[in-house]
Design a protein. Structure first.
Length: 132
């Protein structure tokens, strides 16, 4: 219905959506329903936390578009929803090793770069003055 009403393409027009119900839908949905559900999560990053376990379960889905959408959601999970950088990197690197579709590989690599950007810069070691 969201797609029919033109709301799926505009995150500002999306109504309130229950993360718990959406998570169950992601676990059970067929290809088209799953794609729409993942688009909703991507458009509304606040839904990442309640749906991330279900999204992660779909990372190896046979449909390449679904795998691309999952890869797009992972940086949001790192940026906004409490997934640490190392876990995000590990998840994406594991998918990259298994992935055969070039378009999905490209999406995973882009998401991996986004995740790595969120890593805090290493602190510089304090410099010690040189005494002559």
């Amino acid at each position: 219905r969201l797609e029919e009403a033109g709301m799926l393409g505009d995150h500002k027009r999306l109504p309130w959506i229950s993360g718990k119900l959406l998570s169950e839908h992601i676990r059970q949905a067929d290809d088209e329903g799953l794609k729409r559900a993942l688009k909703v999560v991507y458009l509304r990053p606040s839904l990442t936390r309640p749906t991330f376990k279900a999204v992660k379960e779909r990372a190896g889905h046979p449909n390449a578009t679904v795998r691309q959408l999952v890869a797009r959601i992972i940086p949001d999970a790192v940026k906004h929803e409490g997934l640490d950088v190392e876990s995000g990197e590990e998840l994406l690197l594991a998918r990259l090793k298994e992935e055969t579709d070039p378009a999905v590989k490209g999406e995973i690599e882009g998401s991996l770069a986004e995740v790595r950007k969120t890593r805090p810069a290493p602190e510089a070691a304090p410099s010690t003055p040189v005494v002559p």
